[in-house]
Design a protein around this ligand. Structure first.
Ligand code: ZN
Ligand code: ZN
Length: 425
């Protein structure tokens, strides 16, 4: 334990019930990416009251809070705030029944199915302990509530706003820390030096043919055939061009063409997502996708080359080795054998690393288990861990206790590794 987690352990138990109430409130009122107006107001008002210097509207709905407390390192702690465009199906008494309109006008359910409501609660709770125990640490805190993680827009929007309005507006961090709730026994944390999350790239590819009557194929350039051949051929990138020891994923999640059985349409659209664990593989695959799409269009005699649009792009999350060692040591002291080294990087992506990558600042991102420990232990025994509803499942919802406490302890023990040097117990 350090002075901060000691302060947490000694905190008034009313704080935990208040945080639980806040969590349930956020859970019931999820907001879509870059529309986190209510959530941002709740956190900004709370941080104001705690004595932080609060700047609202950084990168649309982002909130940046600064607390200076003597000489020492500047530590940035980050949480994301957005929900997902999906209906919740957890059956919980505090489940969301919110609906909202997406950019195209379609009505969708909205749910905190990635657990960002837990991240916000953790960070507010940690901020509260830090503000109330200024004698326990020294340095500067930069607490960042980020919008739009699920669309990869939020971190970029904040960094851009930061730069446009003057970089000196906020102190530059020495270290950036963040955490995510995921499937794993509640009460445990896991971390990994180096690559910890994959890069994720989503593309929309439009293939142009020439429409015609279904009875006169000779007058068409059939984009359905083009899309079908392209889909199959794209699958050979991972299976034939990437070494079997190099993990990579290419999924075509959407394939659309045409309206009616006897009309050959003008075009077809492929939407794909890829995950990679090294920058070289990422660049190689992006090039291969273009090569295959262009070649298939040529093979069909298309009169126009395909069009490529980036839907979103998440960089690799690659934890700093030295900083991760420091976090690991703090976790070891705090959690003992409930803190573990993750055996492999997770096949998920985050825009968290954009802050550190843009500013050249080391960062560490780790995971906090949110599954009922009994359910998790049984699933491990039965080899059915893959069946536990994961983030982005309509059934995903962390077990509040001890997930709430564990995330607070994790954030405070990691932050304390920088802020409490000299005061650590
Ligand atoms: Zn997510
Ligand atoms: Zn998430």
């Amino acid at each position: 334990m350090n002075a901060l987690t000691q302060a947490l352990a000694a905190a008034d138990p009313a704080m935990l019930s208040e945080l639980e109430a806040l969590y349930k409130d956020l859970h019931q009122h999820p907001e879509l990416s870059m529309q986190e107006v209510r959530t941002a107001k709740i956190v900004a008002d709370a941080m104001d009251k705690l004595g932080y210097e609060v700047t609202r509207g950084v990168g649309v709905t982002g909130v940046v809070c600064v607390l200076k407390n003597g000489a020492g390192p500047t530590v940035m702690l980050r949480a994301d705030m957005d929900g997902l465009p999906m209906a919740e199906n957890t059956g919980l008494p505090y489940a969301s029944s919110v609906t909202a309109r997406e950019a195209d006008g379609a009505e969708v359910g909205v749910a905190h199915s990635c657990g960002h409501d837990m991240h916000v609660t953790w960070l507010l709770g940690a901020a509260r302990i830090l503000a109330a125990n200024r004698g326990a640490w020294q340095g500067t805190l930069l607490i960042v509530f980020q919008p739009g993680e699920e669309t990869a827009e939020g971190a970029s929007a904040m960094v851009k706003d930061w730069e446009q309005k003057g970089q000196g507006r906020f102190p530059k961090p020495d270290i950036i820390l963040g955490q995510h709730v995921m499937v794993g026994a509640a009460g445990t944390v896991s971390y990994r030096p180096g690559v910890t999350l994959s890069a994720g790239d989503s593309l929309k590819i439009t293939l142009f043919g020439r429409g015609s009557h279904g009875s006169q194929p000779q007058t068409s350039i059939d984009p359905v055939i083009m899309a079908a051949a392209t889909t199959l051929r794209l699958q050979t990138i991972v299976s034939r061009e990437i070494a079997p020891t190099e993990p990579a994923v290419l999924t075509i999640g959407s394939l659309q063409a045409g309206t009616k059985e006897n009309i050959i349409p003008d075009d077809a659209t492929i939407k794909l997502n890829m995950r990679t664990y090294s920058e070289d593989t990422r660049e190689y695959m992006l090039k291969s996708i273009r090569r295959i799409c262009c070649a298939e269009c040529d093979a069909s005699g298309a009169e126009r080359p395909p069009e490529f649009t980036t839907i979103n792009s998440y960089p690799l999350t690659e934890n700093d080795l030295v900083a991760t060692q420091k976090v690991a040591k703090a976790f070891g002291q705090q959690f003992g054998d409930k803190a573990a080294l993750a055996p492999s990087p997770a096949s998920a992506s985050e825009d968290f690393s954009i802050f550190g990558r843009t500013w050249g600042v080391p960062y560490v991102f780790w995971f906090v288990g949110g599954t009922d420990p009994k359910v998790y232990a049984k699933a491990v025994q039965d080899k059915t861990v893959n069946k536990i509803p994961s983030n982005h499942s309509p059934q995903f919802a962390p077990q509040i206790h001890p997930t709430l406490e564990t995330g607070l302890q994790a954030m405070l023990s990691a932050a304390g590794a920088w802020l409490c040097s000299g005061t650590a117990a």
